[in-house]
Design a protein around this ligand. Structure first.
Ligand SMILES: *Cc1c(COP(=O)(O)O)cnc(C)c1O
Length: 403
């Protein structure tokens, strides 16, 4: 069929998608967009009337529902209400925003920080307001979609290096003109594979080729480093990242995104980035919850220890049962399935046994590398993790994924 660029082709595209979803549903292979009915303790949720172990959560330290964080949010509502008077630059800034930004700057050991209404918006606006036509951005092939979109939106020369391939990165840096603005950008922990960027090497290359470094810490804050402050602590490095980006929606149980950096960069971003200028401020309750959460991480370091234990148990146990967990070193644990259909079927088998895991298929990951993208948190009990792995093992054997 040749629809060209007519509205017929648009209708066709939309319909093809709808049919694919309907087909998966008809075969009990569709588990996306399921409404959770209740969040329960110990990383459990109520769903379809059943109690399930949650293995798809980003709440790595189990902070969703933490009493101190809930209390901070409630107090902020009593004080400020549920919304703001608009965008940050005009009437939207509240004292709680300033407190939160100071907390983030302290936590990340920088001079200052700025927040936005989501991590996605943060990457989009920060990259596109710092970089522009004629500049060069170097981005890891497996970087998060929001980084890719920010790079495309910036209009800068966009060079992608093979995943964690430092020789390739160096080659690209070497080939770029010497007298242009350069920035290297990468995830700290890669969101689909769970592996960690070689920060010491990237820092070395940035110094050698005079490039700025931006690192997305969505999956490293609360996860990496003895006290959970992130990737610099993990590698025992000081303040080596120019732009430390993070989200307030993963370990931090709120919503929003931030950048921590020196004062000049933050002053620039809080006057020149469009998501700051043209999108409403974070709601007071969410800002207060995030502010308290950073403090809880520092006050309750046992959570990080427990997360590390649980991660080790989960990766070791799945590998021992014959699964390919790729190169993960963190709480994001891919269980390689191959085809999209295998990943969907594995999901169904696990969910039937009350283990809430979800598949990631193409185009979110390369074709043929579909997987369960399981996560573990500090809130899981040892025996629960064991049970979940047994369920996944039975499913894998039944479907012929493992022997
Ligand atoms: C989740 C995520 C984001 C986006 O953050 P949100 O706050 O959910 O918009 C950005 N980068 C990475 C690596 C992420 O995993």
């Amino acid at each position: 069929m040749d629809f060209q660029n007519t509205n017929d082709s648009l209708t066709h595209r939309v319909r093809a998608f709808t049919e694919r979803v309907a087909g998966l549903k008809a075969n009990d292979l569709y588990y996306l967009n399921m409404p959770v009915e209740e969040i329960l303790p110990d990383s459990k949720v109520r769903l379809r009337g059943r109690t399930m172990g949650m293995y798809a959560s980003y709440s790595y330290l189990g902070l969703v529902g933490h009493p101190r964080i809930n209390e901070a949010a409630k107090k902020a509502i009593d004080k400020f209400g549920t919304g703001t008077n608009g965008v940050r630059m005009l009437a939207g800034t509240l004292t709680i925003h300033k407190e939160l930004e100071e907390t983030i700057a302290n936590f990340k050991h920088t001079e200052a920080a700025v927040t936005y209404s989501s991590g996605y918006a943060t990457n989009l606006t920060v990259i596109s307001s710092l970089m522009g036509r004629g500049d060069y951005i170097f981005s890891d092939k497996l970087n998060h979609a929001s980084i890719v979109d920010g790079c495309l939106m910036s209009g800068a020369e966009f060079r992608r290096f093979r995943h964690k391939d430092m020789e390739h990165l160096e080659g690209l840096l070497k080939n770029a003109p010497a007298d242009v603005a350069k920035m290297v950008v990468a995830d700290s922990v890669f969101s689909m594979d769970g592996d960690i960027i070689d920060l010491p090497k990237v820092v070395e290359l940035c110094k050698k080729y005079n490039a700025w470094l931006m690192i997305d810490e969505a999956h490293s804050v609360g996860v990496l480093g003895k006290t959970g402050t992130g990737i610099e602590e993990h590698f025992g490095l000081g303040n080596v990242i120019d732009i430390k980006m993070g989200t307030l929606s993963k370990t931090i149980p709120s919503v929003g995104g931030y950048v921590a950096a020196n004062k000049d960069i933050i002053t620039y971003l809080s006057h020149a980035s469009r998501a700051y200028m043209f999108s409403a401020a974070l709601p007071p309750a969410q800002a207060a919850a995030a502010n308290e959460a950073f403090k809880v991480i520092l006050d309750e370091p046992w959570r990080i220890e427990k997360l590390n234990e649980n991660t080790k148990q989960f990766i070791g146990g799945l590998k021992g049962r014959g699964f390919d967990t790729m190169l993960t070193e963190t709480a994001i644990v891919p269980v390689l399935c191959g085809t999209d259909e295998m990943a969907f079927a594995m999901t169904r088998e696990a969910q039937h046994e009350d283990v809430f895991v979800l598949p990631v298929a193409s185009p979110a990951v390369p074709e043929g590398l579909a997987r369960l993208r399981a996560t573990v948190t500090s809130a899981h009990e040892t025996s629960e993790i064991e049970r979940a792995m047994d369920v996944i093992e039975v499913a894998g054997k039944k479907l012929g994924l493992i022997k």
